[in-house]
Structure formats: structure tokens, C-alpha cells
Design a protein around this ligand. Structure first.
Ligand code: BDP
Length: 327
């Protein structure tokens, strides 16, 4: 649907609220994802759409545009903020420069485990970060899993920060990730996700960092042989809605959307766990060198400057303290 048509759809929903025609007005929520069809984040948002479709007899539907059809995350975030796109599933990292609170769950080694991350994001911490996003025109709907991000490269097995010296590592469009890679002695190159495969293949960069499913689904594993499970960031995925779209919805529809988004979370987590296993198997079958026994302590020790640079206010420090002190 074109931008103009979508605007009419949203506007019609708004007008419909005051008239008897509400039930007939179609709401088609367009949602972007950088990942290809079949990736757990794409499937989760499609599932959310099926729920809404069923509950409203087709009045509210979600149209997911996977595989960067609507652009890279940098572009789709902008589109969502101004209301040109209704929904967007992105990683928290490209929001770090826009909403400082989102940097906290992206911080290196802030969570002790995936379970710890779930407890923080599913509770008050996650809600507080959603509230901060709203000031930038984004309404948070769900946090999805993204496992642990780890380094991979084409040059050598990394077993300690010393091995990272001088490597050119692609990072997401986030100053925090730049700082993290530099704290480890490597050179950080922010780059959009869709450009990483060619950059690895042609030697423009030496490596990147991501979770198992992304390392595999992008085929980065075919060009970057060494994968070190240092697990430096558990930065989760997030599903956001444009505040422009959100404000045009009735309170009842907002509630339905929140409910469907919440139900898509456990659905996504199950798919995620399956996908991690499948990705591990694909990488193993390819004969990659996976360095799984990593002493994380030297990586953790190197991260002091990153915390100093990004935990700059009492509010941000409070978020860090509350996360770290969670049982
Ligand atoms: C993946 C995230 C995706 C990011 C990508 C990246 O799911 O949203 O765009 O990493 O590294 O894990 O850019």
C-alpha cells in the first residue's frame, strides 16, 4: 500500500470511531523487518496479525514486509517515528542513539543470563524503556529474544581481547556498539545489516557480531569462519508502533493490539530456541571453527569505559543498578 493510501486507512479508522461505521473500517498495519521470511521475528509479527484478524473478523490485519523491503533499520525507524510506517521490528541497538534508555539493555554483560534479561524486559524495566521511546514517537509493543551477540571474523580465532587488536568489525548503527568494539582494541565500522555479507566477502571488514540465527540466516558464516562465543551483548529485539498510528486507534483496538503483541512473545521465544539449534547445526555442518570455551572475564574487564560513556545520568545509573541487583 502506498503511503497516501495508508494515511487514508488510518484516518478512516479515526473518523470511524465517531460514526457507526467503525466495525467496517479496515485497519491494515504495515510492519517492517530486516530479516527474511521465516525468521522468528517475522513469524511472530505475522502470528500477531493472525490473532488480530481472527478476533476482529478481518477488520484489523498486519502486513509484514520482511527482508528489508522497506529499507534498512535506520530508514524504517525514521519512517516509523514520523508515521509513514505503522510498525517496525528492530533490534534495540539502532535505537540507542535516539533513546538513551534503550542503551541500557544493550550494554555489554549487563545481564547474567537470558533468563535475567527476560525478567528485566518483561517487568518494570522494560516498561520504563517503552515510556522513554514514546517521547520519540514510538510505542513499544513487545520485546523479543535475540540470544547473545558474539564476534565472528574471517582472519583468526579470537580467544581474548588481545586477538581483536586491529580487526575491522562491523557494528550496528549505535555509538554504544562502536565504543564496545573500540574498548576491545578493534576498529568499529557502523554499517547497515544488508551490506555486511559483501563487506565480509570483499575484505572491507574483517568481522561482525551477532547471534546464531543471524550469523546463519545471512550466510555470514560461509565467509567468516571463526565464531567466538564471548556473548558480549544480549540486546533484545523490539516491536514498536508509530505513535501517529497508535493515537489514531480506539482504546479498544489499542488493547487488542497490546494483547496480540503480548501473546506473540512466548510464540516467538519457542521459535527462537528451535532456530538457534538449527543454526548451530548448519554452522557445524559447514565446518566452521567455533570457539565456545571463552574466558569472558578479560572481555568484561575491558568494558568499564563503555559504562562510563553511556551511563551518564542518575536515571540511567538507576536502571543499571536495578537490573544488576535483580535476583
Ligand atoms: C540482528 C537483529 C536485527 C539487526 C541485526 C544487525 O535481529 O534487527 O538489524 O542483528 O546486526 O540480530 O544489524
Amino acid at each position: 500500500m502506498t503511503k497516501a493510501l495508508r494515511a487514508i486507512t488510518v484516518a478512516a479508522a479515526g473518523i470511524g470511531l465517531a460514526s457507526a461505521a467503525t466495525a467496517q473500517d479496515q485497519i491494515v498495519l504495515r510492519s517492517a523487518d530486516t530479516h527474511a521470511d521465516g525468521y522468528p521475528t517475522v513469524e511472530a509479527v505475522e502470528y500477531m496479525g493472525e490473532l488480530l484478524d481472527g478476533w476482529t473478523n478481518g477488520r484489523i490485519t498486519v502486513e509484514v514486509f520482511p527482508g528489508r523491503q522497506l529499507g534498512e533499520e535506520r530508514d524504517t525507524i525514521e519512517q516509523t517515528m514520523i508515521g509513514a510506517l505503522d510498525m517496525n521490528r528492530v533490534n534495540l541497538a539502532p535505537l540507542n542513539n535516539i533513546v538513551p534508555e534503550t542503551a541500557i539493555p544493550s550494554l555489554p554483560y549487563i545481564f547474567r543470563s537470558i533468563d535475567h534479561m527476560h525478567r528485566a524486559m518483561d517487568g518494570e524495566i522494560g516498561q520504563q524503556i517503552f515510556a522513554a521511546m514514546e517521547e520519540q514517537g514510538l510505542v513499544g509493543l513487545a520485546y523479543y529474544d535475540s540470544g547473545a551477540r558474539s564476534f565472528y571474523n574471517t582472519v583468526r580465532p579470537i580467544t581474548s581481547p588481545a586477538d581483536m587488536e586491529g580487526l575491522r568489525i562491523r557494528v550496528q548503527n549505535s555509538d554504544l556498539f562502536v565504543s564496545m568494539v573500540e574498548a576491545l582494541g578493534a576498529n568499529a565500522t557502523p554499517m547497515e545489516f544488508g551490506q555486511v555479507y559483501d563487506a565480509l566477502r570483499t575484505g572491507v571488514i574483517d568481522g561482525a557480531e551477532n547471534n546464531w540465527p543471524s550469523y546463519e540466516s545471512t550466510r555470514h558464516f560461509e565467509v567468516a569462519n571463526y565464531y567466538t562465543l564471548d556473548q558480549h551483548s544480549l540486546s533484545p529485539e523490539v516491536l514498536v508502533m508509530s505513535k501517529v498510528t497508535w493515537d489514531a486507534l480506539s482504546a479498544a483496538d489499542q488493547e487488542l493490539i497490546r494483547k496480540a503483541a503480548a501473546l506473540s512473545v512466548p510464540y516467538m521465544r519457542e521459535l527462537w530456541n528451535e532456530r538457534v539449534e538449527a543454526s548451530r547445526a548448519a554452522v557445524a555442518a559447514n565446518g566452521n571453527e567455533v570457539i565456545s570455551e571463552v574466558d569472558k572475564q578479560p572481555f568484561i574487564d575491558a568494558m568499564g569505559p563503555v559504562y562510563e560513556q553511556f551511563v551518564t545520568t542518575p536515571e540511567l545509573q538507576d536502571l543499571v543498578d536495578r537490573i544488576q541487583s535483580m535476583p
